[in-house]
Each structure stands twice: as C-alpha cells, then as structure tokens.
Design a binder for this molecule. Structure first.
Ligand code: ADP
Ligand code: MG
Length: 699
C-alpha cells in the first residue's frame, strides 16, 4: 500500500481537482509529500492581535481583529479600488484593495468580525493597510492563534487563480493535523541522538507551524543536516562504487625519467607544498584504485611542475599521459612550457588542437596509437572519438571549471584501462564549495607560493588619472619590464569587442606611441596561429605592451611582465580579476595591478574592487566571491546537487556541512554497502533519490 505521503493533494479537504491541478502545474506539488517539502521561506508573527489605537507607525506587519464597514468602490482606471474601515473598538483604520474589487464588494460581510493581517502604510497622513489578508473569525479559528505563520513560495499564475498563501497554509495545516500524518524517519537513531535531532516528522511539522522561534531553528538545523548528509553520502558512495568497479592502473615505481628529471633538470627547488601534494598524488597511484584528485592552488603557486612530474610517473610505468586545457592558447602555453623539459629526457610530446592540420593529425594519431608519443597536450580535440592512445595512464585536466561534465566523461573511452585523473583548478574555491561540488574527488592544496615572490601591489584609479598611469607604464617599460593592458569583453558582440579593443589601442598608443613602444594585440577574433604569434612575440620580449581582452585570463606565463592595467574593472567578476592579476608577479620584480573604474560603482562592484585591493589571497577572494554571488552562480555547481538544497546554504551552514561530511564518512566506514539493520533508513532514503548512474562515469 502506498504511504500516506503519496496521496494526491486533491484528496485534502477543501482542495478539489481544479485547484489541485493549478498547484501541480505551477509548483510541481502532486502529493502530500511534495506539499510538505514545499518549505516556507519565512514566517510571520501572528502570536498576538494588536489594537488599532496602539499602532505606532508605518512599515510593520501586524494582525488586527474587528468589524468592517465597507465604503465601496472608489476611483477609476488604475486608481479604482475597494475600501473599507476596520473598527476594533479602539479605533479605525482604512483597508484598501486594488484587485479583486468586485469579489470583495459582493462578499464582504458587515457587522461580522474579521481577522486582518498586513503591513501598515502611512498614506496622505493617515494609516492604512493595502491588500491585507482577511479571514472571517469562526468558531474554529477564534481561539487558535497561529504563533508563527508560514509564508510559501508562490507563482503569479497561482495568484491569478486566486490561490494565495493562505490557501497553501490551510493545505499544509490540514496535512500536518490529519490523523494519518506521518513522515518516515530517514536518519539512523545513532545520528538523531548524537545531535539531539527531533524526528523527521516533528521537524517537518515545526518547520511549517513552529511553536516557537527556537523550535523553528532546531527543525531547520535537523533538516539542513539531512540535506547535506545525503549530498555528502551520494558523493562518497559514488567514489566507493567507482573504486569497486574500476581497477586503477598501479604505478609501482618511481622510475628513470622521474628521477632523471628530479635530479638533473628541476628548474627550481620545489616548495614544501608542491612536495606534499606530489607525495599525495604518488600515494594514490600505487593503491590499485583509480585516482580522481582535485589539485587546488592559487594562481602562480606552481601547478604545472606538479603536473609534469605526475605525468612522468605514468610514463615510468609504461603509460602515456595527456594534459587537457580549455583553450588553444592555454594548450599552446602548456605545450611550450613542457616541451623543453620533456625533450631533455628524450621523450616525445605533441600538441593536438582544433587547428592541427589534417595531415599532421593523421601522423600524430598513428604515433599515439603505437605509443611513440609519451605526452599529448591539447584542447577538446583530445576527446574526439578517433583519438586513441596505446595506453593512457594519466589525464591532467587544467582549469577544469570550463570543462563540461560530459566532456570529462568521454575521457573514459580513451584507452582500455581507466586512466587516473588529476583535475587542476586555477581558481581556488572555498572548502565548503569544494566539498559540495567536488565531494567525490580527493582534494589537495598547494597552499604556499614559491619563495621570493613579492606580493603584487593593487590599486584602484579613476579614468581621469590615465595620464599619470601612462607615465608609470613608461617608467616600468624603461626599466625593461612589460605591460598587459586589458579591456573587458563586450558580451555577445565580437565585433563591438574588436572595436573597443581597437579604440583602446588607439588610446594607449596615443600616450605611448610606436615605434618607441611596441605592441602585441590579442583578442578572440584572431586565428589560433595568429594568437600564438602575438603571444610568442610578447613572451620573447619583442613587444612591450600586450593589449588584450580576457583571452589572456588563464595560464599565460610571462615572468618579465610586471604591470597589468584593467580598464572598466568593475565589469569583471572577482575570480576573473584574480586570474588576470595572476598574469603578473611571476618574476623577481615588484609587480602592479591597476584597476581603472568609472565613478559611481554599485555596492557589489565596490566590494569586488576593494577586495582586490585588500588581498592577494585567492582563497580569501573566492570566499568573498561566494558570498557576493551565492553558490548557485558559481561555475560547476549545476551538476553538484548543490542547487537541490532547499534549506541549507553552504555560505552560512559550514559547520553543519562539515559535521554531515564527517558523519557520512564514518557511516560508510562502518557499513560501506549499507547492509546493516541500522543503515535501513539511509538505504531507503537513497532509493528515493533519482537515478544518477551517469555520475559514476564522471571523474
Ligand atoms: P600555476 O599554478 O598558476 O599554473 P605555474 O605552474 O604556471 O603556476 O607556475 C608559475 C610560475 O612559477 C612559473 O613561472 C613557474 O616556473 C614558477 N615556479 C613554479 N614552482 C616554483 C618553485 N618551486 N620555485 C620557483 N618558481 C616556481
Ligand atoms: Mg597554470
């Protein structure tokens, strides 16, 4: 027999098929279970009835009770309204409605007590309430004052059909007071008692109709925990399944190439943090499990060398490696940074992108299949069907934010064994977000910058200060430094984009005229080969100034560049600004980031700019970014289950999130397959969660 929660809402007293249909359509609420998980987003205080004479001022919400004397329909056109006087014996107040006029005119009863709830306005020197909620006082509700009354999300469509909040309140109330009301528990007893949580049934009831504010908070705490617990559990189960279903290639030894490179060719001493993550990665690779790891590290923390050494581990164990980047520019960059190292070791590295010629491509695929190529660097072109490795053992995905989930899944078809995957993010993400978005990956962090880095000085300047800024650039260039000069991308219009870049070039070269000053220009409309030429010219210091759009945002590495100027900086997001700034500060010179803004910034814009000026710490910046934008806006969250959270908000519920993660881990440690009797509630709950098998394919 189906559970009571599966009952259709049309069977609730007073709902009926028509309204049920509208609610199903508008809110997706079909069953009583759906209804009770349509949580209120706030509560109104209906704990007392105020007297009209005691009302002090406007702007507050309150509840009144009295008899109504209609004054009828007045005004015309937009001003047409229905008005009435409410009298409670202590005074009178005007009630006014602009909608539902005819209905009110017909049905409002005089000489009968009504309960009124609404917001007090001051209008023309008198107090009134516009569009109050109005309800006849009946035998049933005369004594039962709801302490805190729920307010539910509604749609305009429902309002047009006269289904207002009050109706939903009645429905929810009917449901929780039904003598069949029951909600099965979905947390094990041990967890309930450990955290002193109320039962699910009580928590849901309190969430809709709390007796006190404190009980409301307790109910929320429990229900948030539950949401986060199941989110974490899902990640961990996914990881467990993956570990059980796929054997990882075992990298037993640290071999000749790794050792040769480490001893003879390492261009610098590794930082402690780099050594630490390398060790963690190495440990993964010999366990026999397929490794899925996220490597976090702020811009410039030196992820590339870690990737290089990781790829050598694969090669030393008879495998090939590949490194995938989101843009051609970045793929080129990686290729050029890795190539000299790889060549010194007598190994072969190749580049495959969308603009690799057909002829070259055929040859390249041949050598790839035969195993002659050790490392393949590329873009999306790497995941095309006909790209087949002899034995792919390690995949590095750089700047993974831009790779779609589906694209990553395709990697699995690249060889007969399942390669290890190391995802590198250039944009640090706060721990809470990492736990929710990448909860199924092992996470490691490079939390230290290479020694000798001088912190970048960031300033905010108005457009009017351009002459002084240009003087500064002149001096830096005279010292032998190079400059990035960035203009914002104009959305949806590459043509406008180019125009703004061209007028930007005119402007800058007006101050810093050629041939004394030399320019590279980089924008999205250039062909990849042209981009590469521009980039190389700058890299080889054949040019002083790089005029660019955000195409230079990620990965570009020119240590001699010491200044980045960003025009209209208020138009950029924090993550983007931080990435852009990361293009400088890569050498031994003091570097500068100059953020040029218009006056009159929005509050958010001001906060972003101030944050950039205040700190260089990518994790700190990511935290502010998360606060400003909310978790739903951050890249990569769509697939994470984060958006299904109804109560929890990882910005504010960090401690609950961490507790839930620990509990989920602990639980699976003791009962990995959830077969013990005490895991029954968990097992049952998981059955309800929609099928997500596709997840098991995604690293
Ligand atoms: P990111 O983490 O942003 O990808 P990169 O790997 O591009 O950073 O490294 C940034 C710069 O720092 C590069 O020029 C690189 O050669 C240099 N670098 C990396 N690790 C070290 C180190 N341990 N000591 C000195 N310089 C380093
Ligand atoms: Mg990088």
């Amino acid at each position: 027999m189906p559970h009571w929660l599966e009952t259709g809402i049309e069977y609730l007293k007073g709902v009926g098929p028509q309204r049920a249909e509208a609610i199903k359509k508008e809110l997706g609420i079909h069953t009583l279970g759906d209804l009770l998980s349509h949580y209120p987003f706030r509560h109104e205080d209906r704990s007392r009835i105020y007297t009209i004479s005691s009302i002090q001022g406007d702007g507050i919400w309150l509840q009144l009770q009295g008899v109504i004397r209609p004054t009828g329909i007045v005004g015309s056109g937009k001003g047409r309204r229905y008005t009435a006087q409410l009298n409670d014996g202590t005074g009178e107040i005007t009630l006014v409605w602009f909608k539902g006029i005819v209905y009110l005119d017909r049905f409002i009863k005089t000489q009968t007590p009504y309960r009124i709830f609404g917001k007090i306005n001051l209008f023309n020197g008198a107090l009134n309430i516009a569009h109050p909620e109005i309800e006849l006082v009946t035998a049933e509700n005369s004594s039962s004052l709801l302490t805190l009354s729920p307010v539910y999300p509604l749609t305009e469509g429902l309002k047009r059909k006269k289904i207002e909040n009050r109706f939903l309140v009645q429905m929810a109330h009917a449901a929780v007071t039904s003598n069949q009301f029951d909600i099965p528990e979905n947390l094990p007893d041990a967890i309930l008692s450990k955290f002193k949580f109320a039962s699910r049934k009580d928590a849901v009831k309190e969430l809709h109709f709390p007796q006190t504010l404190q009980r409301l908070e307790e109910a929320k705490r429990r229900l948030k925990f539950e949401e986060l617990f199941y989110l974490q559990l899902r990640h961990l189960i996914l990881k467990g399944n993956r570990n059980r279903s796929f054997k990882g290639i075992v990298f037993e030894k640290v071999g000749v190439h790794f050792n040769n490179f480490y001893t003879n060719f390492l261009p610098f001493e590794l930082t402690q943090a780099q050594k630490k993550v390398l060790k963690e990665i190495r440990n993964d690779l010999k366990t026999g499990l397929q490794s899925n790891r996220l490597l976090q590290g702020d811009v410039g923390s030196g992820k590339t060398i870690v990737a290089m050494l990781t790829m050598l581990l694969a090669i030393d164990n008879g495998c090939q490696s590949s490194m995938m980047a989101p843009t051609e520019i970045l793929a080129f960059q990686h290729y050029y940074s890795l190539q000299p190292w790889v060549n010194k070791l007598g190994l072969r590295i190749e580049l495959l992108t969308g603009s690799t010629s057909k002829k070259k491509r055929i040859l390249l695929l041949d050598s790839l299949a035969s195993g002659e190529i050790n490392i393949l660097v590329g873009t999306h072109a790497l995941i095309e069907k006909d790209v087949v490795f002899k034995k792919l053992g390690m995949v590095i995905i750089d700047e993974q934010h831009r790779f779609g989930v589906a694209q990553r899944a395709k990697l699995w078809t690249k060889g007969n064994a399942i390669p290890h995957v190391l995802v590198m993010t250039a944009t640090p993400i706060p721990r809470t977000l990492a736990m929710t978005v990448y909860g199924d990956l092992d996470v490691c962090v490079i939390d230290e910058m290479p020694a000798g880095r001088i912190p970048i000085i960031t300033v905010n300047r108005q457009e009017s200060m351009r002459p002084a800024i240009m003087d500064f650039l002149r001096k830096e260039i005279a010292k032998g430094r190079q400059v990035y000069y960035v203009f914002p991308l104009i959305e949806d219009s590459e043509k406008l984009d180019l125009n703004s870049l061209m007028s930007g070039y005119d402007m800058v070269s007006g101050y810093l005229p050629p041939p004394d000053f030399t320019f590279s220009i980089l924008h999205g409309k250039l062909k990849p080969a042209e981009k590469e030429t521009e980039m190389q010219k700058f890299k080889l210091h054949q040019t002083d100034i790089m005029i660019a759009t955000t195409v230079i945002e990620v990965g570009v590495d020119v240590p001699n560049a010491s200044v980045i100027v960003i025009e209209n900086a208020e138009r950029f997001g924090l993550a983007q600004l931080h990435q852009l700034r990361g293009r400088v500060g890569r050498g031994n010179e003091q570097s500068y980031c100059i953020l040029i803004t218009k006056s009159g910034l929005s509050e958010n814009g001001r906060k972003r700019i101030n944050t950039m000026v205040r700190t260089n710490d990518g994790f700190e910046i990511a935290k502010v970014d998360l606060e400003l934008r909310g978790p739903g806006e951050i890249d990569g969250t769509k697939q994470s289950g984060l958006l299904e959270l109804k109560l929890a908000d990882i910005r504010f519920d960090e401690s609950i999130l961490i507790a839930s993660r620990v509990e989920a881990q602990q639980w699976l440690l003791e009962d990995e397959l959830l077969v013990k009797p005490e895991s029954k509630p968990i097992h049952q709950e998981l059955q309800k969660i929609p099928n997500r098998t596709v997840w098991s394919k995604i690293s």
